[in-house]
Design a protein around this ligand. Structure first.
Ligand SMILES: [Zn+2]
Length: 294
């Protein structure tokens, strides 16, 4: 059963297509049980948003949510719930399924919503560079792979509750120098798309934690240099690279705006700047979305 519903209130948009499925009870039957609101739209590959889920009937509890086949943590907020959903940069436009499992007075069911994903073209840049910039020795390659694995492992756990509070801030005041998703071609060979944003930051600019969280990785990486990863909870992490100095240690809790270190050009960088990244459920997404969503 499909129903078309279209309305908006402020920045929050109601998802258009909703249908209710698999009600084991009779009372709630085929009625729409949960309203789904997206904090920012449109959603496209490489970005994420906050989703608010509001039960329409008294006594409905949400017991789980899945987006695109992956279970995602739900946060209860009064009578409503919220969660974070993201779309990987390599995903195609189309529709992604959000399923919500609910219960009410002994009855159970699943409500399913299709969330539209729009197309986005990211810019391309063609550069001619010396072989030294693009080729690795066996030893360098081993180090790069070990660094990538360490970061991948660091951002894998999904802390079930938010460790952040309120809105996010930019870690340095500088403007964007190189945007997220930029596809670079070195000597006509494609590189991985840019996994974060490069912010302008003269040498030794204080780098601040974009929100509260726990430091999960401090590592001197071959490419990203001195790198810090912070867990903000709910599968959301922020990453800071090419630092000149690091003031924090693994396991440490940070408040929003606390000093992580000083910017620099450690690792492979052509000049001082801050590379700022965000990972949600292991996907690298545009950090500037953090400033819009919360
Ligand atoms: Zn960068």
């Amino acid at each position: 059963m499909y129903r078309n519903l279209k309305s908006s209130c402020g920045r929050i948009l109601l998802i258009i297509l909703t249908f209710s499925l698999v009600s084991t009870g009779t009372c709630l039957g085929k009625s729409r049980i949960i309203e789904v609101h997206l904090e920012s739209t449109p959603l496209f590959p490489g970005t994420f948003t906050k989703v608010t889920l509001v039960p329409r009937l008294e006594g409905v509890n949400l017991v789980g949510a899945w987006f695109d086949g992956r279970e995602i943590p739900l946060v209860r907020d009064g009578g409503a719930y919220w969660c974070l959903i993201g779309i990987g940069l390599g995903e195609r436009p189309g529709k992604k399924i959000l399923s919500m499992r609910w219960e009410r007075r002994g009855e159970r069911g699943v409500e399913v919503t299709a969330i539209p994903v729009k197309k986005k073209e990211y810019p391309k840049e063609f550069l001619r560079v010396s072989k030294k910039m693009v080729e690795f020795s066996k030893k360098q390659l081993e180090r790069v792979l070990a660094d990538q694995k360490a970061i991948r492992e660091a951002v894998k756990p999904v802390t079930k509750r938010p460790l952040f509070q309120g809105g996010f801030i930019k870690p340095v005041p500088g403007a964007v120098k190189s945007q997220f998703g930029l596809r670079r071609f070195f000597n006509n060979k494609p590189r991985s798309p840019h996994s974060g944003v490069d912010l302008k930051a003269p040498m030794d600019t204080p780098v601040l934690s974009c929100n509260s969280g726990r430091v999960v990785l401090v590592r001197d990486c071959y490419l990203s240099g001195k790198t810090v990863v912070i867990d903000h909870g709910l599968g959301l992490y922020s990453i800071y690279a090419h630092l000149n100095k690091v003031f924090v240690r693994e396991g440490q809790f940070l408040k929003k705006g606390e000093r992580i270190g000083l910017s620099g050009m450690s690792g492979r960088a052509t000049g001082p700047h801050l590379h700022w990244g965000v990972s949600l459920y292991g996907m690298r997404l545009d950090p500037l979305a953090l400033l819009k969503v919360f």
